[in-house]
Design a protein around this ligand. Structure first.
Ligand SMILES: NC(=O)c1ccc[n+]([C@@H]2O[C@H](COP(=O)([O-])OP(=O)(O)OC[C@H]3O[C@@H](n4cnc5c(N)ncnc54)[C@H](OP(=O)(O)O)[C@@H]3O)[C@@H](O)[C@H]2O)c1
Length: 272
């Protein structure tokens, strides 16, 4: 029973790998660059590029469950070869699939929908780890400059996203489900900054920018225009549905979702 984890060095994937390995499962981690990656002892590492089907044969050999990301490349381009990946999984005898979804579907989701593999779609709201984008500013300026201080999200801890995926990879009953994941509370941008300050033991001033000022600031920091437009659109019009607190993390894992205060305490060193 080998479980293949793709995106294994990523924000969520590395937690899936460590949680499955800790629970005693046989885990195979896919990365484009095994030389750069480090995994817990006992984890098998395999080289492959998810967007290049020919590189994936060894990764799927003997696999019974697989966690998939739906993009390939550092520009997050949607996977063009979803059907080929599904074919590889079927040939290998895979019986459980999880997919971490974002804003856009790739060719993977329609291929899974059209097939007969049991798969679970994991669609979190905002990751708590997105707040690491403020780490440089907190360290160097001691303050956070952002627009939309009162915008709220029900942000979710990446280890909880991973716990839901890890459960769906080893337990029956999750195939065909779409799991929209939230954390335990809705927080404003100002709340997040305040809680990081509490973890550091000092107040971090929050300086509210107009959208125009935010655009200029992000452009000066080198943020790609496409990302600037995306962030201003999302935080200017936070999708309400995705941010109504739900109990899916608890229902699937049996554990209460981690709070942002806990995330901030775990990650305080990044802001020091
Ligand atoms: N951030 C959020 O708030 C949020 C909210 C909801 C959904 N999401 C979704 O969550 C997903 C993960 O986002 P993230 O920003 O945290 O990314 P991430 O997991 O940190 O992305 C990097 C990972 O992708 C792997 N990867 C990239 N291209 C690859 C390829 N061609 N072949 C194999 N592996 C490849 C990398 O592996 P190697 O470099 O080791 O090869 C690395 O493990 C995205 O689909 C995003 O849309 C994010």
């Amino acid at each position: 029973m080998t479980i293949l984890v793709t995106g294994a060095t990523g924000t969520v994937g590395r937690h899936i790998v460590s949680q499955l390995a800790e629970a005693g499962h046989s885990v195979r981690a896919l990365t484009r660059d095994p030389g750069r990656a480090s995994f817990p002892e006992g984890v098998e590492v395999v080289a492959g590029d998810l967007s290049v089907t020919d590189t994936l044969q060894a990764a799927f050999d003997g696999v019974t469950a697989v966690h998939l990301i739906n993009f390939g490349g550092d520009d997050y381009a949607p996977l063009p070869n979803g059907q080929e990946i599904v074919d590889l999984a079927r040939k290998a005898g895979v019986r459980r699939v999880t997919v971490l979804g974002g804003w856009d579907e790739s060719t993977l989701e329609p291929a899974l929908r059209a097939g007969d593999l049991p798969w679970t779609y994991i669609r979190p709201t905002e990751f708590m780890s997105n707040s690491l984008k403020w780490a440089d500013a907190v360290r160097t300026e001691g303050a956070v400059h952002e627009p939309f201080g009162d915008a709220t999200t029900a942000l979710v801890h990446e280890a909880d996203i991973a716990a839901v995926a890890a459960t769906a990879l080893v337990e029956d009953g999750h195939g065909g489900k779409i799991y929209g994941l939230t954390g335990p509370e809705r927080l404003t941008t100002r709340d997040k900054v305040r809680l990081i300050g509490e973890a550091l033991g000092r107040e971090i001033p929050f300086v509210e920018l107009t959208p125009e000022q935010a655009k200029e600031r992000m452009a000066a920091e080198g943020t790609p225009q496409e990302m600037i437009d995306f962030l201003l659109d999302v935080f200017g019009n936070v999708p309400v549905e995705a941010n109504i607190v739900n109990s899916v993390v608890f229902d699937v894992t049996g554990r209460a979702p981690r709070t942002f205060a806990q995330w901030a305490a775990e990650n305080a060193d990044s802001f020091r």
